[in-house]
Every structure is written in C-alpha cells, then in structure tokens.
Design a protein around this ligand. Structure first.
Ligand SMILES: [Zn+2]
Length: 403
C-alpha cells in the first residue's frame, strides 16, 4: 500500500552531501511544502506534497495539520543499553570528587555492572532494554547499535546477545548488535589479558557466528583495559573470522585509534585524547571517527575534538555511548546539540553525524538520508524552521516517528 505523508513545512533530505569533512548549512537541501510517498517501508518518492498528491491519487494520505520539519531517523551507532542494575552510587561518588580507583575499590566501576548483569534474568534484561529502546525510538532514534560487554564470560555474553536479538523482534527500531566481550578482563578470569582475549577468540566468537548473534566486534583499548599489541592480535583474529571491527579508542590516552586504522576498523569511537597525529591519520583513513559527548557530560571531561576532525577531513559521527557508568543520560539529540555549541559544528554537520555518517559507521547504506529507495525511517518536529531543532538543545522532540 502506498502512503503519502505531508505536507511538511520543510523536509531536510541530507541528500548529496559529502561523507567526509566540513559541511556548510547552505549545502542542505530543504524542500518547502514537501511530501513523502512510502511503500513497504521504503521511500518511493520525495517532492512537493501538492505535486505528489496529483501524481499518486490512489495513495492513502497521512496528513499533518501542524507545521512540521521532517528529518531522517537518527542512527545511534554506539550504545551499551543492555545491562542490569544502575550505577548512581558511582555517579554520586564521582561528582563528589572521589577518584576512579577509590570508586572501583568501593565495589563500583564496570565490574559492578558485570555482576548486576550476570545476576539479572533474561526477562529482566529484556524488559529494561526494551524500555530504553522505546525512549530512544520515541526521540527519533530509529537505528541503535547495542553492545554486549557486561557478561564477560561465554554464558553471559551469549545471554546478552540473545536478549538483544530477542529485543529486535519487539521494537519498531532496527537493532545492530556488537560483541564487546573485550571490555575489561573480568576479575574472576584466571589468566592474563592476552589469555582472556584468546578465550574469546577460540570459545565465544565461533559460538556467536554459529548462532548468528552479531557480526561486529569491539575492544576497549586503554591503560585500564587492553593494550595496543594484545588488541592488534585480537582484532586481526576477529577479522579473520569475518567480523567487522570497531574500537573504543583514545578516550583517556592516545593509541587505540592507530590500531583501529591499522586493522581496518569501520569506526574508532571516543577520541577525547586524540592529538594532531591521530586526527590526521583518522582523516586520511576510511575509519569513521565517532565522538561520544554523553560520556564527556557524564564524566565531566572535555569533548572530543570534533571540529578539528572535520577540518582535517574525517567522517564524523555522533553517538550517545548510553551506558550505566559514564554516560547514563542517553539523550542523543541533547548531547549532539551541546557538542555543536562547544565544538562549533554547523547544523548540517550535526545532522550528518546523527544520520548518514553514523549509518556509515555500521556499514548501513540504506538509511540516514531522505531519498528514493531508502528506508522510510523518518521523524517530524513541531516547527516550520529546521534551525529550531538544535536551538532548543534537545528539548524539542519529534511528535511523530516512522520506522
Ligand atoms: Zn562505549
């Protein structure tokens, strides 16, 4: 069945924009009085509403009676929204000035989320995951990457990935799972970091393949997690098994992004600690630079150098990093708007980072712009000027989402 939606005060298509480098707002295609013809979940035609309604008289109209601006659905290409419990106690200690090690000693940190996630039943994990997915989808996020990484053994990593797979069938949003078993070495693993990574390669990754649970592998490269040489060997082995690669890179210390580039990772995420040499290398590579302003807000630290990355020519995506520890807020639009204010990003750059450039980080080329043949993942905001959306710094939400 064909459905004609509109008329929209403005459709911001994000068509014909470059995948890398700076974008001026003047380059945005804005269709005033626009409409969209949808069929079987795909966009069939984009144009002036009046014209489309004459061209397709049999299409069922889905009419809007208030001024509205239409954007592609957002793609959040980096989240950890499958987890048990919460870490508000950590947060209270952190804002009160307690150092990381003291918080970890008091039973906080990633390990506490691992314990709470292991203790949760599949049903409990699924219920809380679905609540977070619903909130995100209501706020216009129609594709979400979701990482494992709070199981950290065969049984519990598989449990998380199965829950994520189950959730995909129960939401309008598209979920995209990533295995982050290499988040930290679990405290109950008897061996070195390298031995733990070998255990994932030989035991977990083949099981994931066999069950078809995900095709993307992530690792946290950091002084407190995994070093660059162990990571390099791990990622090469994962790649040989046919997995896409992404990396938690340069969050507190630089080094991870270079491994990401060397291993041909689809994305290098975080980058708060990236220096000129990392920025230049990322810009030259095909690896998407994903910045995570929600983690900067949660940790009270500076933002990643988004402006410099764009100026150097990188493909810049913006994701929420929504997780129970460092980024508990999860409001992607708010975070992107605030990042834009601090880093001086144009509206076009921010929208691109939330849409087609973020889709690229997941190798998804069927979404993120409004164009014929693309998925009809769309969101409408209650205004007649697209600039109002970032101006409200996240308080203006879509009133309607299609997915
Ligand atoms: Zn993360």
């Amino acid at each position: 069945m064909q459905i004609l939606i509109g008329p929209f005060s403005q459709i911001v298509t994000l068509r014909n924009l470059s995948l890398k480098g700076p974008l001026a707002d003047e380059a945005l295609e804005i269709i005033a009085g626009g409409g969209i013809l949808m069929e079987d979940g795909l966009i069939k035609a984009v144009g002036f509403f009046e014209k489309l309604s004459m061209q397709f008289p049999k299409a069922q109209p889905d009419l809007l009676d208030i001024p509205a601006v239409l954007l592609p659905g957002f793609i959040d290409c980096h989240t950890h929204i499958c987890y048990g419990g919460n870490r508000s106690r950590d947060y209270a200690m952190r804002v009160a000035g307690k150092p990381y090690l003291e918080i970890a000693k008091a039973g906080g940190g990633i390990w506490s989320s691992v314990q709470m996630t292991r203790a949760a039943s599949e049903q409990e994990l699924l219920d809380s995951l679905l609540q977070r997915i619903k909130r995100h989808a209501d706020e216009g996020v129609t594709t979400m990457e979701v990482k494992s990484g709070y199981g950290l053994n065969l049984e519990n990593e598989l449990k998380m990935l199965r829950v994520i797979k189950q959730a995909s069938g129960l939401t309008i949003a598209d979920l995209y799972a990533t295995c982050l078993a290499a988040h930290i070495k679990p405290r109950d693993f008897n061996g070195t970091e390298k031995q733990y990574l070998d255990y994932i390669i030989t035991g977990l990754l083949p099981a994931i393949k066999q069950e078809g649970l995900c095709n993307r592998v992530d690792i946290f490269i950091e002084e407190t997690a995994f070093n660059t040489s162990d990571a390099n060997a791990y990622l090469s082995a994962a790649k040989k098994l046919g997995f896409d690669i992404t990396v938690h890179a340069d969050q507190f210390t630089a080094g991870g992004s270079q491994i990401a580039i060397t291993c041909g990772a689809v994305s290098a995420d975080h980058l708060e600690a990236s220096r000129e040499q990392e920025i230049t290398a990322l810009a030259k590579s095909d690896t998407v630079a994903v910045v995570l302003p929600g983690a900067s807000l949660g940790l009270g630290m500076h933002f990643a150098p988004a402006r410099k990355l764009l100026n150097a020519g990188a493909c810049l995506a913006i994701a929420s990093d929504w997780n129970p520890g460092s980024a508990p807020q999860g409001d992607l639009l708010m975070q992107a708007a605030v990042l834009g204010a601090f880093e001086k990003l144009s509206t076009a750059e921010t929208f691109a980072g939330l849409c087609f450039r973020a889709a690229h980080a997941l190798r998804l080329h069927d979404r993120g712009i409004i164009d014929e043949g693309k998925k009809a993942h769309l969101q409408a905001y209650p205004t007649n000027d697209y600039r109002d959306i970032l101006y409200h710094q996240g308080k203006m939400k879509p009133f309607k989402v299609w997915a």
